[in-house]
Design a protein. Structure first.
Length: 107
């Protein structure tokens, strides 16, 4: 009962890996499309697609954290260069008074 569970290695098929990569790219496309200077580098709370595209230009702390994690993950997956990661992160931080803390963390 007090022993740790045995860890099993994940074994994904080529199809599963392809599916997950495609899903990751589509998820990043959301942030790539909707996070930018118009909203101070913050993601919208939601985007309505039907009957017409409508962006909710508000955000939350959860959305902010998710955007920062999305930037880092996009870098890890090769969608962003290191320079692009630093630029997106510092642009967001500069608009919200935390640029110094972020810069120190990145160094």
């Amino acid at each position: 009962m007090s022993r740790p569970l045995a860890r099993r290695d994940a074994r994904l098929t080529v199809g599963q890996t392809r599916f997950l990569r495609k899903l990751a790219r589509k998820t990043w496309a959301y942030f790539e499309t909707f996070v930018g200077p118009d909203d101070h580098w913050l993601p919208p709370d939601n985007v309505q697609e039907h009957p017409a595209v409508k962006v909710a230009h508000r955000t939350s702390p959860t959305d902010m954290g998710l955007a920062l994690l999305a930037n880092l993950t996009a870098h890890d997956f090769g969608y962003l260069s290191t320079g692009q990661l630093v630029a997106r992160t510092t642009q967001c931080a500069a608009h919200h008074g935390i640029a110094g803390a972020v810069s120190r963390a990145l160094l």
